[in-house]
Design a protein around this ligand. Structure first.
Ligand SMILES: [Zn+2]
Length: 165
């Protein structure tokens, strides 16, 4: 009887070697964490750092009137950053003349830097685009753009901060 118990104990130890060998801490697995870290602020904090127009557009999904923003007719080379958090979102190389009065791009610099969601406001079904890092509303994306993507990211100038290169 004793020898059988001893045998089981040895077997158990053999099957679970880490148990006795000062088990190493579990390795952090590859989590499903987003590639872009999030920035979260309260409404009051956003109000402090944004202009009134920016707050209305970025945090309340507003839209600036066409042909009024700083960048619809901007043609210089550079990078358009998020006006909320500074994340580089769109390159001037992807900007095109859409005729809409809003700065328009075929694609973001990195696809994971912008996120989209369905927007059914104003009796329309559109795809809303926002910054992946601070969730600032940027505009909408439509499937009627030019090559190479066929997409038209129709953005508010107020959501962007152009840095010439
Ligand atoms: Zn942002």
């Amino acid at each position: 009887m004793m020898s059988r118990l001893l045998g089981l104990a040895i077997l158990a130890a053999a099957m679970n070697p880490a148990h006795d060998a000062g088990a190493a801490p579990p390795k952090p697995g590859r989590s499903a964490a987003p590639a872009v870290g999030k920035i979260e602020k309260t409404d009051a904090e956003w109000k402090r750092v944004l202009t009134a127009d920016q707050y209305r557009i970025l945090r309340r999904k507003g839209t600036e009137p066409a042909f009024t923003g700083a960048y619809w007719n901007q043609h210089g080379k550079g990078v358009y950053r998020c006006a909320g958090c500074g994340l580089e979102l769109f390159d001037s190389g992807a900007k095109f003349e859409s005729g809409t009065g809003w700065p328009s791009f075929t694609q973001p610099i990195e696809s994971e830097q912008v996120e989209t969601e369905t927007d059914t406001s104003h009796g329309m079904r559109r795809t809303e685009v926002h910054c992946a890092r601070c969730a600032a509303h940027l505009g909408h994306v439509f499937p009627d753009g030019p090559r190479p993507t066929g997409l038209r990211y129709c953005l508010n100038s107020a959501s962007l901060d152009f840095r010439p290169s």
